[in-house]
Design a protein. Structure first.
Length: 179
C-alpha cells in the first residue's frame, strides 16, 4: 500500500487554506531550496538502510540525536510515527517508510521552515550501498529564508560527515537490528 506523501501530510496538518497561508507566513518571498547528494556506504543496502531510520540514526549521529516519540502505534520505526529530537523543537513525521524499497521520508516542521527529507538506499556493488539523500527546505518566515540558505551552504560537508560516521558504525558492525 502506498503511503501518503508530504503534501498529504501538510494538508492533514494544516488544511488547504492554512497550508497556503502557512508557507508564506510572515515571509515576503518564501524560499525553497532543494539539494541531493550521495553517500557510499560499506555494507549491503538492506543493512545500510537501517541507519536512516529514527532508531538507526542513534548508532552514528551521537548523543544529540535522541528521538522522543510523540505519536506511534507500536513505539518502533513506522510510517506515521511522530517524534521530536532532543533539544530541537522540530516535529518529525515519518511520512514514508518502505524497507523493501529501502526508502524513508520525513516531514520536519519548524516555526520558520518546513523540511522534507528523503533517503533512498540502493545496491552499490559487492558489500556496498549507495544512499541518495534529498533535502527540500521551504521557508515560512524571513528567518526561515536564512535557515534554508544556510542549510544549502552546509549540505555537502554535512553529508561527508554522515558518510564517515555511518561507515565507522558499519565497520564495527553496530547496525541496529530491525524492529
Amino acid at each position: 500500500m502506498r503511503s501518503a506523501g508530504p503534501r498529504a501530510i501538510f494538508l492533514f496538518l494544516f488544511g488547504f487554506s492554512r497550508l497556503r497561508a502557512a508557507i508564506g507566513l510572515g515571509a515576503e518571498v518564501s524560499t525553497r531550496v532543494e539539494r541531493t547528494g550521495n553517500l557510499r556506504l560499506r555494507a549491503p543496502a538492506a543493512r545500510a538502510f537501517l541507519l536512516f531510520t529514527p532508531d538507526g540514526e542513534r548508532a552514528w549521529a551521537g548523543p544529540a540525536w535522541n528521538p522522543q516519540i510523540v505519536c506511534s502505534k507500536n513505539g518502533q520505526n513506522e510510517e506515521g510515527m511522530v517524534f521530536r529530537n532532543g533539544q530541537d523543537k522540530a516535529l518529525w513525521i515519518v511520512s514514508r517508510l518502505d524497507p523493501a524499497a529501502r526508502v524513508i521520508e520525513y516531514v520536519i516542521v519548524r516555526d520558520d521552515v518546513y523540511t522534507i527529507l528523503r533517503c533512498e538506499v540502493a545496491d552499490g556493488g559487492q558489500k556496498e550501498a549507495l544512499a541518495t539523500v534529498t533535502y527540500r527546505w521551504i521557508s515560512r518566515t524571513p528567518a526561515g529564508n536564512e535557515m534554508a540558505k544556510s542549510h544549502d551552504l552546509h549540505f555537502t560537508p554535512m553529508l561527508a560527515g554522515w558518510e564517515r560516521a555511518m561507515n565507522a558504525v558499519l565497520e564495527r558492525e553496530e547496525t541496529p537490528a530491525p524492529k
